[in-house]
Design a protein around this ligand. Structure first.
Ligand code: ADP
Length: 491
C-alpha cells in the first residue's frame, strides 16, 4: 500500500512536459528530420550534377562545331601559296556564312589580313591574341568557356599550303541562347527542388505532429487505465500500427474491466456470504445472553452456533480453494485410477447420505484411468456427489459410472433429486450462483462447489456439462483425458 501511494505521489509531482517539448523529443520528428536531410542531399546533388552534365555536353558540341568551322575555313585557303587582304576577303565571302561572332585571318607574321568585325577592326595591325600566336607556331587551339550566362568558344588554326605556313585563322563565337537555356534549366531545377523540399518538410511535420498527437493520446489513455479508469477507449479506425495498437488497448481495457467487475462481485458476494453466518452466530449468542432459557433451548442454540461455524469453515475452505485455483499453477497430472478415488469419495459421504436416506452407487471397473491430478479428481467427484446427496429427495439415489472411450474417460454423476431448471443450467458453474437460494442455504451451500469443479476440470484439460437425468434428477457428465500410454494400447 505504502509503495502504491509513493508511486502515485511521484507521478503527480513529476513535471508535466509541454506538447511542444514532447514533439521535439519524439522519435517521429527524428525520422522526419532524417527524411528531410536525405531528400535535401539528393536534391542538392541533382542540382549540382544535372547542369554540370548538360554544360559538359554543350562544351563538347561547341568545340566540335568550332573545329569543323575552322577546318572548313582552313581548307578554303589550302590552294593559295601566298595570302593578301584581297584574296582573303574573296575566299571568306565565297564560303557560306559560318555564323561566328568574329573571324580573323592573319599572315604568317600575325598581321591581320581580314577582320569580320567592322568597328575596331584589326585589319592591317599585328594581332596579339595568344590563340593566334599558338596557331602560327603550328598548334590547333579550340576551347569553350562559360561565364556570366555566356558560352565563349575560340578556335585558331594555322593555314598551310603545300606544307608551308601561309597564315592563321581565328574564330570567336559568343553563344547566349544556349547559355540562357542552361541558366533557365538550372533555375527551374532549383525552384522545383525548393518546392519539393518545402513540401517534404511540410508533410513530414504534419504527419509527425499527427502521429505524435495519436501517440500522446495512447499514452494518456494508458495513464488513465493505470489510474483505474477502465472506461477509457482509443479510436480504432483504420488499419495502421496506431489503429491496431488502439484495438489491442481497447481489448485489454475491456478485459481489465471485466476482471475488475468479477473481482468486485466476488468480494461483495464473499463478504455477504461470510456476513450471514456471522450475523446468525451473533444473534444466537445475544439470545443466549439476554434471555432466560432452559438448558435444552440453550443447548439447541449452541448447536446452531456450531452449525453456523461449520458453515463458515466450509465457506472459507472453498474461498481458499478458489483463490488457490486462480493463483497457483496446476499440479502435475499423472495416470490416476478412477475407482479407488471414487470409492474414497463415497466412503467420506456415506454418513451424510445415510442421514438423508440417499443410496450411493458406483459402477466403475479397475481399468478406468485418467490423466489428472489425483487431488483435483477427488475434489471434483466429492463436490458432484455431495451436491447429488444435498439436492436429493429422501430415499433417493446417487450413482457414479465411468466408461472409457478411445481418447477419454467419461464419468457420470447422476441423482434422482430435484433437477436443475433449463434456464439455470448456463449459470450453475458461475461463482456464488444458486438455483434455489433457500434450499441451497439450508443445505449449507454458497454456490461455490460447481465453480470449483469447473475450474479444476478445465485445468486438467477436461470438460464438464450438466443434463437432465431420464426419470427425474440431474446428471453431470465429466470427461477427462486418458494417459497417452494407455491410448496407444487401445486398438
Ligand atoms: P452450493 O455450494 O450452493 O451447492 P454449487 O456451486 O455446488 O453450490 O451449486 C450451485 C447450485 O446449483 C446449487 O445452489 C444448487 O441450487 C444447484 N445444484 C447443484 N448440484 C445440483 C444437483 N445435483 N441437483 C440439483 N441442483 C443442484
Amino acid at each position: 500500500m505504502d509503495t502504491i501511494l509513493r508511486h502515485s505521489e511521484n507521478r503527480k509531482s513529476a513535471p508535466r512536459r509541454g506538447r511542444f517539448a514532447d514533439f521535439i523529443r519524439s522519435s517521429q520528428l527524428r525520422h522526419a528530420a532524417a527524411y528531410v536531410l536525405i531528400t535535401f542531399v539528393g536534391l542538392l546533388l541533382l542540382n549540382l550534377y544535372a547542369p554540370m552534365a548538360i554544360r559538359n555536353l554543350l562544351f563538347s558540341s561547341q568545340r566540335t562545331a568550332m573545329t569543323d568551322k575552322a577546318q572548313l575555313m582552313a581548307a578554303s585557303f589550302s590552294s593559295y601559296e601566298h595570302l593578301d587582304a584581297e584574296t582573303v576577303r574573296e575566299v571568306v565571302h565565297s564560303v557560306n556564312d559560318l555564323h561566328t561572332t568574329r573571324l580573323l585571318v592573319t599572315d604568317p607574321d600575325g598581321r591581320c589580313l581580314y577582320d569580320s568585325q567592322t568597328t575596331g577592326s584589326a585589319e592591317g595591325k599585328l594581332t596579339l591574341f595568344p590563340e593566334i600566336a599558338e596557331a602560327l607556331s603550328g598548334t590547333d587551339v579550340v576551347y569553350t568557356r562559360y561565364k556570366n550566362d555566356l558560352f565563349t568558344s575560340k578556335a585558331a588554326m594555322p593555314l598551310m599550303a603545300y606544307n608551308r605556313l601561309i597564315g592563321a585563322i581565328y574564330l570567336l563565337e559568343n553563344d547566349r541562347d544556349q547559355a540562357e537555356l542552361l541558366s533557365s534549366l538550372q533555375k527551374t531545377l532549383f525552384w522545383i527542388s525548393v518546392g519539393i523540399e518545402a513540401l517534404i518538410i511540410l508533410l513530414s511535420m504534419l504527419f509527425s505532429m499527427l502521429f505524435s498527437k495519436r501517440m500522446r493520446n495512447v499514452l494518456q489513455s494508458v495513464q488513465r487505465l493505470d489510474d483505474g479508469d477502465y472506461s477509457v477507449r482509443l479510436p480504432s479506425r483504420g488499419n495502421d500500427e496506431v489503429a491496431r495498437l488502439g484495438k489491442a488497448f481497447n481489448d485489454l481495457a475491456q478485459r481489465l474491466k471485466q476482471s475488475e467487475d468479477v473481482r468486485k462481485q466476488f468480494v461483495s458476494n464473499a463478504s455477504h456470504e461470510l456476513k450471514t453466518p456471522l450475523a446468525s452466530i451473533k444473534l444466537l449468542a445475544d439470545s443466549i445472553l439476554q434471555n432466560e432459557m432452559d438448558q435444552a433451548t440453550t443447548k439447541e442454540f449452541v448447536s446452531d452456533i456450531g452449525s453456523e461455524a461449520d458453515r463458515l469453515t466450509r465457506l472459507s475452505a472453498k474461498l481458499l480453494e478458489l483463490t488457490r485455483l486462480d493463483s497457483s499453477p496446476a499440479e502435475e497430472r499423472q495416470a490416476v485410477a478412477v475407482a479407488p478415488v471414487a470409492e474414497r469419495v463415497l466412503r467420506m459421504l456415506l454418513p451424510q447420505a445415510r442421514k438423508q436416506g440417499v443410496t450411493l452407487d458406483l459402477v466403475c471397473g479397475p481399468a478406468e484411468t485418467v490423466l489428472a491430478s489425483e487431488d483435483d479428481l477427488y475434489q471434483v467427484l466429492f463436490n458432484l456427489v455431495e451436491n447429488g446427496v444435498k439436492y436429493n429427495r429422501p430415499d433417493g439415489l446417487v450413482r457414479m459410472t465411468a466408461e472409457t472411450d478411445p481418447d477419454a474417460v467419461t464419468i457420470r454423476v447422476e441423482d434422482s433429486g430435484y433437477g436443475i431448471p433449463n434456464e439455470a443450467k448456463p449459470h450453475i458453474f458461475e461463482r456464488f450462483y444458486r438455483v434455489d437460494k433457500a434450499r441451497s442455504r439450508k443445505a449449507g451451500g454458497a454456490g461455490l462447489g460447481l465453480s470449483i469443479v469447473h475450474d479444476m476440470v478445465l485445468r486438467n484439460r477436461g470438460s464438464v456439462t450438466v443434463e437432465d437425468r431420464p426419470g427425474g434428477g440431474t446428471c453431470f457428465v465429466l470427461t477427462l483425458p486418458r494417459p497417452a500410454a494407455e491410448r496407444e494400447e487401445t486398438p
